[in-house]
Design a protein around this ligand. Structure first.
Ligand code: ADP
Length: 488
């Protein structure tokens, strides 16, 4: 029998097993069998990783290196990631069932772009210069914050890990990354490539394992950690915020969503159907930004739905490693059970399933539900699967009120050809991002984050700088106070 690959921690530049020696299975959700074994970290392993990151930060050279030199390492890492795209992408696909067209085709290029963007953003950033009329001069500096704990989810493993790790490193911090237990592999590969790119040992550490009573929790409770950046469920975000409060550690929380997708009668319907399908079914709906509440103005509701259902039925579900597959299975047995539980609610919540339902194995077919009440769990809760609920509306005001009636506020979409309405509705929507006539397009300088239960804080561009640095004011006296008012 061939032995399975082993996914170790990477601590202080070395690939290591857990101190306690434990391992756990990494299950491929398509085959539903383990394909790798992973080091089962404990709090002790997390402490070791934090200590390595602390030493690397305090001793340098990373934290004191010039931006150009540090940026060169990050660009080299991006080059190596691009050269290893097949291996990195396959790791995510086998870990969580994402089709290769998405992992190799989209996530790895974006992950590499995260390093390139933040390396350049940090190098080119400017601060404030404030000439004062008191004979002083003030300016701002951005010092690295220290040790960053990055706790990542399983839906876009490498892409979201690098979204946190890249700005943290670019600003001179050191990092302990804990990938989700369902998607351990690409993080270890990333740390391996970082060393190859010339990053000093201890600058990027990876600790594998679970959250509660495990490395995840230990990272959030460590007084040696200076920043916690987390992406995941809103409930977990609350737990992490509480843990962080004990040490007053700043946290950035990117949490769940229940994106409203507003389609007005004047919209380009082909465009709205195309983006609407991508918004809810790509990555099998396991997207915090999913457009899972679809609101369609009544004059076009019937026409829209018939085209939307046809497009949903045409999506090809299959083996993630097959290049023709568009949708893979859900990421794990546990998650499949959760999403299936929502399918079971359709009838009791008064809904009609126009298409969809259970798929093979851990897959769920693209599912379209109409007719649920505004207080239905299907309408209010984040399902995180390929399930969209659709309602009709009459007026713009009604659409905005329905969209905003949610405890989440991560993102929304608006489809209209009316320019004034596009601006008006974008302003009125309670959301961190509004896409007009498109979806998922990102400018990495733009703020990214959510309102309400969708999170705390923003990342991206200057917003990442604010979070991953300690902004400092330097005030310098350039003339003694008595000299300032002297004549001549
Ligand atoms: P899911 O339950 O869908 O996996 P989570 O939000 O719970 O989503 O998990 C996202 C990440 O948070 C994972 O890396 C997980 O291990 C970690 N995590 C879960 N619970 C905790 C916790 N109490 N403290 C720290 N990290 C946690």
């Amino acid at each position: 029998m061939p032995t399975m690959p082993f996914v170790p921690h990477v601590i202080d530049g070395k690939e290591v097993e857990s101190l306690a020696g434990g391992v756990f299975d990494d299950v491929d959700p398509w085959t539903r069998a383990p394909w790798a074994q992973v080091a089962l970290g404990t709090g002790e392993d997390a402490e070791l990783a934090v200590a390595a990151a602390r030493r690397a930060f305090d001793d340098g050279p990373w934290s004191r290196m010039g931006f150009a030199e540090r940026g060169a390492v990050l660009h080299r890492l991006a080059d190596l990631m691009t050269a290893s795209a097949a291996e990195l992408g396959e790791a995510d696909s086998r870990d969580m069932g994402k089709p290769l067209v998405d992992s190799v085709g989209k996530d790895v290029p974006r992950a590499a772009a995260n390093f390139r963007f933040f390396a350049d953003h940090a190098r080119l950033a400017t601060g404030q210069a404030l000439p004062m009329d008191t004979g002083h001069h003030a300016y701002s500096r951005f010092e690295p914050a220290g040790v960053v704990a990055a706790i990542a989810p399983w839906n876009f493993p490498l892409m979201l890990e690098t979204w946190k790790v890249a700005p943290a490193l670019a600003w001179g911090n050191t990092v302990v990354l804990k990938p989700a237990e369902d998607t351990p592999t690409s993080a270890t590969l990333l740390a391996r490539l970082a060393l190859e790119a010339g990053m000093p040992p201890g600058v990027l550490n990876v600790v594998q394992g679970f959250g509660p009573d495990a490395p995840g929790q230990a990272l959030t409770e460590s007084p040696q950690v200076d920043r916690i950046t987390f992406t995941g469920e809103s409930g977990t975000g609350r737990i992490i915020a509480r843990a962080a409060a004990a040490n007053l550690t700043p946290v950035s929380l990117e949490l769940g969503g229940k994106g409203a997708n507003l389609v007005f009668a004047d919209a380009d319907l082909d465009n709205a159907v195309g983006w609407g399908i991508a918004a809810i079914f790509s990555n099998s709906g396991q997207v915090c930004l999913a457009g899972s509440r679809l609101l369609v103005q009544r004059p076009v509701l019937e026409e829209f739905l018939s085209r939307f259902v046809e497009a949903a039925q045409a999506l090809r579900i299959g083996n993630p490693l097959d290049p023709d597959t568009q949708l893979g299975p859900l990421a794990s047995q546990e998650h499949h059970a959760k999403v299936s539980g929502y399918l079971d609610l359709v009838a009791s919540e008064g809904g009609t399933m126009l298409t969809g339902g259970p798929g093979e194995g851990w897959a769920v077919q693209p599912t379209v539900v109409t007719g649920v009440r505004a207080d239905a769990r299907l309408w209010c809760e984040e399902i995180f699967g390929p399930v969209v609920t659709v309602v009709g509306f009459d007026t713009e005001q009604e659409a905005v009120a329905l969209a905003n009636d949610s405890r989440f506020g991560l993102n929304a979409m608006v489809f209209t050809e009316n320019l004034s309405r596009a601006h008006r509705v974008s302003a009125a929507l309670r959301a961190g991002t509004v896409w007009v006539n498109c979806f998922f397009i990102r400018d990495l300088r733009a703020p990214f984050g959510g309102v309400g239960d969708s999170g705390v804080g923003r990342e991206g561009g200057d917003f990442s700088r604010e979070f991953f640095t300690e902004p400092k004011a330097v005030v310098m006296e350039i003339a003694a106070a008595s000299d300032v008012w002297r004549d001549g």
